[in-house]
Design a protein around this ligand. Structure first.
Ligand code: NAP
Length: 300
């Protein structure tokens, strides 16, 4: 029997996008600014194409200006840097997102470092990562920003909670840990060399799983009443024998949802939990960047 509250990221994301649409209207009316997001897609990666299309649709849906640059996989690094430079200088663009992964001949850190930190709506620039690490306002990576919104909505004040983040990637685990620390949690970061993971998990009031292994976190690892945020998106063969034989797949998280939901007080489902928050947080970062850029260029 499922007892935990199911954290509804889909509804939360939809409400957030409605609020962003209102904010976009006000910004236009009061300051004549339409936030603009430029997305750069290199090559034909099918998953990236789907993500980029979704981002474009949602950007337009909230009334923002959306620009897409789909460039060939064999673009030179210099040509890509030139495109970013043009976008950095473009006054109608407030956010720049380069869809990852990039082709092998392009050095991803060099490209990310070329984006104006004030327009870095993915929050991957070293300046934004550094600001976050020292507890200063920054453009924060979208997925952990979305996890924090769901956690604050579920728990209210996070102060004094013991939080375990499983995973230390620069896009999820590390910034997630920094955000939890900024919210006065006591934070543990686990990775593949962590030896006592189950025991650490049993002590945690909050578990954020960003591992990329289906059903990695078991129900027996969960402290009764803990809040579980499952970031994982893993495709596995469908359970139903007929669907499996037909080659069908399903998406599951990094947490064994059925087991964990019997012990936790609240848990995000996969799909429908963290996933829908990411693009909403991208739009949130874009409006934040537009406001900050307009403040910085306003006559004093
Ligand atoms: P990643 O870069 O592959 O990082 C995975 C992390 O898990 C690494 O830090 C790794 O440790 C750790 N890990 C691997 N095996 C482990 C083990 N046995 N015990 C403990 N830690 C272990 O992945 P990511 O980009 O952070 O993404 C994680 C998951 O979130 C994936 O399923 C991804 O698809 C999903 N995701 C979802 C969204 C969303 O919008 N919902 C966004 C981004 C990612 P080491 O550092 O030691 O290798």
């Amino acid at each position: 029997m499922t007892e935990a509250i199911i954290i509804d990221g889909k509804t939360f994301s939809s409400n957030l996008r409605n609020k962003i649409a209102e904010d976009v209207k006000s910004l236009k009316k009061e300051q004549g600014i339409v936030p603009g997001l430029a997305v750069v897609l290199v090559g034909e990666n099918p998953a990236s194409q789907i993500y980029v299309r979704k981002k474009e649709e949602m950007t337009k849906a909230v009334g923002m200006h959306s620009v897409s640059h789909h460039v060939k996989a064999d673009i030179s690094q210099q040509a890509l840097l030139d495109l970013i430079d043009t976008l950095n200088r473009d006054p109608v663009i407030h956010g720049i997102l380069v869809q990852l992964p990039l082709p092998k001949h392009i050095d991803t850190p060099t490209i990310l470092a070329a984006i104006d930190p004030a327009k870095d709506v993915d929050g991957f620039h070293i300046i934004n990562a550094g600001l976050l690490a020292i507890g200063k306002p920054a453009l924060v990576p979208c997925t952990p920003a979305g996890c924090m919104m769901l956690l604050k909505d579920t728990l209210g004040n996070l102060q004094g909670k013991s939080a375990l983040v499983i995973g230390r990637s620069t896009i999820v685990g590390r910034p997630m840990a920094q955000l939890l620390l900024a919210a006065d949690c006591t934070v543990t970061i686990a990775h593949r060399y962590t030896s006592n993971l189950e025991a650490l998990c049993r002590q945690a009031d909050i578990v954020v799983a960003a591992v990329g292994i289906p059903h990695f976190v078991k129900g027996t690892w969960i402290k009764p009443g803990a809040v579980i945020i499952d970031v994982g998106i893993n495709r596995i063969p469908a359970q139903d024998p007929e669907a499996k034989a037909a080659g069908k797949t399903k998406i599951v998280g990094d947490v064994d949802f059925e087991e964990a939901a019997k012990v936790a007080s609240a848990i995000t489902p996969v799909p429908g939990g963290v996933g829908p928050m990411t693009i909403a947080c991208l739009l949130n970062n874009t409006i934040q960047a537009a406001r900050a850029l307009s403040d910085s260029t306003a006559p004093s």
